[in-house]
Design a protein around this ligand. Sequence first.
Ligand code: FES
Length: 568
Amino acid sequence: MQKGLTHYGDAEFSLFLRQAFIKGAGYTDDALSRPVIGIADTGSDYNPCHGNAPQLLEAVKRGVMLAGGLPMRFPTVSIHESFAAPTSMFLRNLMAMDTEEMIRAQPMDAVVLIGGCDKTVPAQLMGAASAGLPSIQLITGSMLTGSHRGERVGACTDCRRYWARFRAGDIDAAEKDEVNDQLVASVGTCSVMGTASTMACVAEALGMTVPGGASPPAVTADRIRIAEQTGAQAVQMARDKLDIARILTPAAFHNALRVLLAIGGSTNGVVHLAALAGRMGLALDLPALDRMGRDTPVLLDLKPAGQHYMEDFHAAGGMATLLRELKPLLRLNAMTVTGRTLGEEMDRAGPVFAQTVVRPCTDPIYPQGGLAVLYGNLAPGGAIIKPSAADPALMEHTGKAVVFENLQDMVERIDSDDLDVTAQDVLVLKHIGPKGAPGMPEAGYIPIPRKLARAGVKDMLRISDGRMSGTAFGTIVLHVTPESAIGGPLALVHNGDLIALSLSRREISLQVPAAELQRRASAAPAVPPTADRGYLKLFLNSVTQADQGVDFDFLQAPTLVGKVPDQT
Ligand code: FES
């Protein structure tokens, strides 16, 4: 309670005043003498993915008190994917700033971060990384799956699949409404390997959760037990002064990136890990990530790349099972929140048993490259593709560009019967990058034009400077850097230009002579968007490109100390 006193010009008076106020809430001197554990509570009626936050909070408090600490709940920003306009990513850095400053401003010896929905875990980790205290992540957990006419369904891969069927005329409005009741069968995060599940697995791989913290579904007793353990562990971390900087090391990022690739994780994981690494003075080395992808098999058979859901992954042993398979590829000396290394925790994990969700390295669901990094004259700063969710027939493909200048243009024309498009063409969507939309919305999953969808076309090559939900699938090139809004080459693409994708060469190229591209750039120079006031102004002035994690430049560590994944 003596940390970070409010400035009144008299420190003893500041403490006297603080104690008077906290005693007003009924605390004793004994309680106030214990290690103080802040609990970042992101429960919100606008966030069903955190609908179990009250139960988790109670269990964390129980764990803290059983271990002799004093739990102190505090609220922060909470963000849900479907309730955040213009896009949750626009607000991730705001939540990270809120989390960082509340950890720093209030007296606590360690902090428990309760998060789950896509942007919340990265925001909390980013904020905690900058604040520097002992910190531990508690994931809210995945939702249960539902059942629609005998078929198991879950958000949000099946949301997209049913919506695509509705657009194609396969199902009528009544069935669309019926399945809508089943897609989200309980509170909790999306039940497939979307961004939330990805970041849950990544958080555990980073060493930022207790062992087994990634996979228990939101409404299970296992999840509540994890919450109690998390509270108790936070007290131990406070006593041991196990600061977050001892956990978020290059070895931890190596493991997190390896896991991201092996689970066929969301492309958003790349952006979030780049941002988190940047908080620790580490740059994400995209070519090194691509090389890592080439020797990392995709082992997790979860939608959208596979068949199962998060609750199946949990029943299959969760991260312990996955990490065991990946053991030769991991940095086992990485420290975790328990004060033991990842390798030591793996040795303590339960016995091996038969299961079908985590494949062995000898029989992967995809032999390599859950994610691949592309370069070329269309993306000099890099772009990302998720081969495990793409059509193999389009991995070496050249097609004619069908260009949409921005989201509105796409919305107005994509379903027009007059749209001049074939299945061999390449759909290009500009101005959905970090500054362009703004906030880099998950609009990179450009829908198949209605007339092609009705003709049975399921996939096309699509390119944008935006992001895609981890629950989506298709041959989709994302995060094209630099973005079109600041004059990246994507801005120069015209209808009818040829675009070539070569996964084998890791290349995305615009087959237009350089002189013509120069002429186009001079004829229509980019005018980056600006704003007059408020958070939007801060965002547009400060946001970095996708390769730096779309973080604010002034929130990154002031000095670069290395790259991840390192090649040693
Ligand atoms: Fe929250 Fe999918 S909307 S995890």
